[in-house]
Design a binder for this molecule. Structure first.
Ligand code: TEU
Length: 554
């Protein structure tokens, strides 16, 4: 095997940009590529060395770009291919790598492949998708599968007897990876972007690309009927390995796969380096710890011990075998402030959470605005919501009697739009994101929580993240140390050790609103602390105090 891959991702700190909400340089209400270029110095200063860019490809934007109509073209309101090349260049000049979002489970229904497939029954593109005859003379769908946005997973093609499969909106038909031509097309897309300078990919819903081919109906479930047929399908590993061998192994790139409902066994099977598939996945077991069955609408109170146990399981099951991704937010999750044991009125709680996840074993990711504590949107009306998922689920669940009364509030609380309001750069009328009214309403907390405010205050969360990032680069033990959770049953602290031959790092984060002791033999309150959100340390931890200790071995 060649050695082109340096595994640089093990030293990376990745910042996720959701372009439509990041920064609007041309003042049309929508973020854009020039806006990203303008903010690169801010990101360089923060210290990150890699960006994951959510889709910028041409798209009808039914799902904000996760419905791609041209994998090699740019959505015009975001800019041009020239802008994109300039952006990659400007990133690389600053030592920042770029990973693109690869959305290859489905295309847009406006992609030329799908348009061709519908136009002509004999078109070779027909077999790029799953098109099947419906039941009852074509009047009913081929089976009872349901997709991720609550709807049935099939859409009838006009008034013909045929239907196509879509696990997301009906404007996102699923690609048929069984067809070798589809796999060649996707390899072409990978090569196109790698040759243009991209350094890797975040692979959208990658564990959905292989489907059981029986297309039988399954036992109806409250959500995702048919999931046993389309999550972790029979040829998933084979397809990923093929991409690796034919393309990914030939570049010094990295991949992080979004894996829906991944168990530890699935997780290791996807990231075991010997299998040559993906470098890491996003495992959502910890972010799902505040809901039932992985369905966010069935949410329950956050419990620190449950959150810890799930992260512990991820860490332990991959220890010495495969790499992790570390995250608490992204564009599909509501904000972490007020969610994972944190509060809106004590910034220390966000610092405590940040230290708790940042030095686990793996590559840390930060979602735009997380670094200065952006809050949830606190929506009050459906008019404020733009996300297709929220609309589709609302249409279905608001009819279910048990949800009727409470459902709107649940939807406002968990809608993906909570993470998609414009980044608050300052306290001006549109939060410094744009000079005109943005595509989605500005977060009401703009006067208290914005980047400018954070940059002016050396005690802000932003400077704390800066310190975390610097430490991550400074200490090898954070990259290669073993992991051990300390006192996992303690409901007030998140604590762990990382250890290698020369160093031991100990992180102790309080999630308590009162002062508390944490008995742990190896620590003395004031020595060996390399980072903390408080200057003075006593035996007891102050509310939401976090301390990172570093011990050198002689
Ligand atoms: O998300 C996949 C996915 O599992 C989510 O849609 C999840 O079901 C939902 O957010 C839970 O609330 C990816 C992208 O991250 C998302 O933005 C896209 O909408 C989706 O795929 C389709 O491409």
């Amino acid at each position: 095997m060649n050695n082109i891959r340096t595994n640089w991702y093990k030293k990376a700190v990745v910042y996720q940009i959701y372009p439509r909400s990041f920064y609007d340089a041309n003042n049309d209400g929508l973020g854009d590529i020039q806006g990203i270029i303008e903010k690169l110095d801010y990101l360089k200063e923060l210290g990150i060395n890699c960006i994951w860019l959510s889709p910028i490809y041409d798209s009808p934007q039914k799902d904000n770009g996760y419905d791609i109509s041209d994998y090699e073209g740019i959505y015009p309101p975001f800019g041009t291919m020239e802008d994109c090349k300039k952006m990659i260049d400007e990133m690389h000049k600053r030592g920042i790598r770029l990973i693109m979002d690869l959305v290859a489970n489905h295309t847009s229904d406006q992609h030329k492949w799908f348009l061709e497939a519908l136009k002509d029954k004999n078109s070779p593109y027909r077999d790029y998708y799953y098109i099947r005859k419906g039941k009852r003379n074509g009047k009913k769908p081929p089976n009872n599968w349901k997709g991720f946005f609550g709807e049935r997973a099939w859409e009838r093609i006009g008034d013909t007897d045929e239907w196509y499969l879509h696990l997301f909106t009906k404007e996102q038909p699923d690609l048929n990876w069984e067809n070798p031509k589809v796999r060649e097309e996707i390899k072409g897309v990978l090569k196109f972007w790698l040759d243009l300078g991209a350094d890797g990919f975040r692979c959208d819903v990658i564990n959905l690309i292989s489907k059981k081919q029986d297309f039988r109906s399954r036992i109806p479930l409250p959500a995702l009927t048919g999931m046993d047929a389309y999550i972790n399908g029979p040829r998933l590993h084979e397809f990923l390995h093929e991409l690796y061998v034919d393309v990914l192994s030939k570049y010094d790139c990295m991949t992080v796969g979004e894996a829906v409902m991944a168990t530890p066994k699935v997780n290791i099977s996807l990231v075991d380096p010997k299998r040559e598939e993906l470098d890491m996945i996003f495992n959502f077991s910890h972010t799902d710890s505040d809901n039932f069955f992985g369905v966010k609408y069935f949410y329950r109170k956050f419990k620190l011990t449950r959150f810890k146990r799930r992260l512990n399981k991820q860490q332990v099951s991959l220890a010495g075998k495969g790499w992790n991704s570390l995250f608490i937010e992204n564009h599909d999750q509501r904000r972490s402030v007020g969610r994972f044991g944190t509060t809106e009125d004590d910034i220390n709680s966000s610092k405590s959470l940040a230290a708790a996840y940042f030095f686990l074993q793996g590559t840390p990711f930060i979602y735009q605005g997380q670094e200065f504590g952006m809050r949830n949107a606190h929506f009050e009306s459906m008019d404020e919501i733009k996300d297709v998922e929220s609309f589709n689920v609302n249409a279905i669940l608001s009819k279910v009697p048990v949800f009727k009364k409470r459902f709107k509030q649940i939807l406002f609380d968990v809608s993906r739009d909570n993470a998609r309001t414009p980044v608050l750069w300052d306290d001006s009328v549109y939060g410094g994101f744009s000079k005109v009214e943005p595509w989605i309403r500005v977060n009401k907390s703009k006067n208290e929580v914005n980047a400018k405010h954070a940059l002016d205050d050396k005690d802000s969360l932003l400077y704390f993240y800066k310190d975390l990032i610097k430490l991550k680069y400074d200490y090898k033990v954070i990259e290669d140390g073993t992991f051990k959770m300390i006192k996992i049953a303690n409901p007030h602290f998140f604590a762990y050790e990382r250890e290698n031959d020369s160093e031991k790092l100990v992180v102790i984060s309080s999630f308590s609103k009162t002062c508390r002791r944490f008995k742990y033999s190896e620590i003395i309150p004031n020595s060996n602390i390399v980072l903390s959100n408080f200057k003075e340390h006593e035996k007891a931890f102050k509310p939401f105090e976090t301390r990172v200790y570093l011990f050198k071995k002689s």
